[in-house]
Design a protein around this ligand. Structure first.
Ligand SMILES: Nc1ncnc2c1ncn2[C@@H]1O[C@H](COP(=O)(O)OP(=O)(O)OP(=O)(O)O)[C@@H](O)[C@H]1O
Ligand SMILES: [Mg+2]
Length: 217
């Protein structure tokens, strides 16, 4: 699929008039955020106002992860407020008479920030992305059902792992710690996420798209 075809596909989904929620699933470092930012920008430029809402905004705060004893495996499926994410998606679909605020995730402090992303009444599309959009465990099946379509970002594993290590280093980990984190924390999650790939409505070869990486996510 080319970028133009992806934009046309979303235009088709939005033709009925209802606000559309497109999800992008995929392994850590596969390029979900980069693709979502690109898609929201191009949809908006094409006259279909779109907002990028990351699942990462529903990371539990470190204070709660400490309480739960899960801080050492931040990013695993049980380190997110999945029900909160589901509620936000349902609000985003239904509430078009007021601004719906979504939380962002700040990689510098590795914490979610409430009220950071406005979904204005005129938004026609919400592009959301994250690791577990196609997971089988509840409430993730309901998350899937709250989305119009879910795509899967495909990227060669060697390229993905290389980018993932680089990004951990960029955000402060020592190189050896970055490699360890990818092997011990990110990759077990990647195995589970890859197993959900077949459930996607569309596979997107992200390296075939003209994406410009950001240095802030
Ligand atoms: N086309 C590209 N060329 C080079 N680097 C890229 C490209 N696309 C993305 N990247 C970089 O790869 C890293 C991972 O990309 P991105 O953050 O979009 O992936 P992600 O799937 O959202 O990852 P995560 O699951 O960890 O949130 C980032 O550092 C990003 O800047
Ligand atoms: Mg991301």
């Amino acid at each position: 699929m080319t970028g133009e075809q992806l934009v046309a596909r979303v235009r088709g989904l939005a033709a009925a008039g209802e606000r559309v929620v497109v999800g992008i699933a995929g392994c850590p470092g596969a390029g979900k955020s980069t693709l979502a930012g690109w898609l929201a920008g191009h949809l908006t430029a094409a006259g279909l106002p779109a907002v990028w809402v990351p699942m990462d905004g529903f990371h539990l705060a470190d204070v709660e992860l400490e309480r739960l004893g899960r801080r050492g495996r931040k990013g695993a499926i049980d380190t997110f407020d999945a029900h909160g994410y589901l509620a936000l998606l349902r609000r985003a679909r239904a509430e078009t008479g007021n601004v719906v605020y979504a939380p962002s995730f700040d990689r510098e402090i590795e914490q979610p920030i409430a009220g950071a992303i406005p979904i204005p009444p005129d938004a026609r599309v919400v592009v959301s992305e994250g690791n577990y959009l196609l997971a089988a465990a509840e409430p993730w099946r309901q998350v899937r059902a709250a989305m119009t379509e879910v795509w899967y970002a495909d990227l060669d594993d060697r390229v993905r792992l290389d980018r993932l290590v680089k990004r951990h280093v960029q955000f402060g980990k020592a190189p050896a710690e970055a490699v360890r984190w990818v092997a011990e924390v990110d990759e077990p999650n990647a195995v589970a996420i890859r197993a959900t790939r077949d459930r996607a409505d569309l596979l997107v070869d992200v390296d075939a798209l003209p994406l410009t990486p950001s240095d802030s996510y």
